[in-house]
Design a protein around this ligand. Sequence first.
Ligand code: ARG
Length: 425
Amino acid sequence: MSTENPISAPRTASYEADPEHVQRVLLLYSGGLDTSVMLKWIRDQYDAEVVCLTVNLGQPGEDYEAIRAKAMHLGALDCHVIDAREEFAREYVAPAIKANALYGGGYPLFTALGRPLIAKLAVEHARTAGCDTIAHGCTGKGNDQVRIEATVATLAPELKVIAPVRSWRMGREEEIAYAREHGIPIKSHPGDGTEVQAPYSIDDNLWGRSSEGRWIEDLEHAPEDDVFQLVTRPEDAPEEPELLQLSFERGLPVALDGERLGLAELIERTAEIGARNGVGIVDHIEDRIVGLKVRDIYEAPAAAIILTAHQDLERLVCTIHQNQFKAQLDRQWAYLVYAGLWWEPLRGDLDAYMEQVNAQVTGTIGMKLYKGTARVATRSSPNAVYDASLASFAESGGLFSQSASPGFIELWSLQSRMAWRLRNE
Ligand code: ARG
């Protein structure tokens, strides 16, 4: 019966694949349960060839050789592994730093930044490998499907998309049964292997790590220790504070404690220092673009340090008017990227403004890390709009005249005083 068949369900978008025309699929492969089952499932259901693509964005502890071997063992035509860490840092994380990018006041967008790059690489590889369709492992409830499909539909109107998790109607138990039946290796529990506990849903890269699912969905449940795989629990962090110096040039960090480093390496090293000091844990209630609210546990030690330092330095070198205005554009930038519209021209417009402002953001910020906090301790910049002699309590002449203050206050408060009188008399 065709109505029972998950692959011939009615299609609602122009870029959804017609099963008849699916011949060779580029699968975004992570090596986990979903995409491993998917590899086999696509070959069977669509009678199609599958080429896998695995992208290294700096997720710690991955064995890419093992992932590739697993894909080949499961019948992939080929499996490409790309190290995209530098491109990710330079083209995606760097603009986020310049835009002080945080969504909802706490999420540094690492997943949202990674998806358009992963999807862009999928498009490039689909084209060179002669694929007609791209498959991904995102569910129908999250933001990631939006980011990936919007990218493919924008960059490659000729390519189609399939998202098996949205249609195959298998839960975790059914997937495990499917895997067992088809000889797909699963990481089972060390115990008897009969009860395989659902893991957290993890996504990570060099800019941070997120965990969703299990007890995290229960808002009254405080974080359990096993969720923290990257950051040391603040209470277990060293008793002594650790100091670090971040030097910026034109809005980007270029040196850590005086040592010049490429951006990806600088981020990775900063993450290590932050992680051992318990820095970067965020317990976040988030408004997804697909309507749901969700709770995420984030571990983003590098972002917590670098964004704090960048924002502080930017405030020092910009005027009050620039600082007030840029915060609004920063927010718009973060929202666009969160919402999967990386390729929207407005982001380019905003980036032009970010570049212009960041041309002044040069200097060094000293940070003090201590048991979960990262505070700015020292600042220096050749571009600081700051003059210690003007700010000092001692009487200063020249540019700043205290005797001019009363006249300023009289005019500054004029409208407010008039309105107060009218409303209160
Ligand atoms: N809530 C974050 C976002 O929408 C993180 C998503 C993490 N993705 C995942 N597959 N676990 O960007």
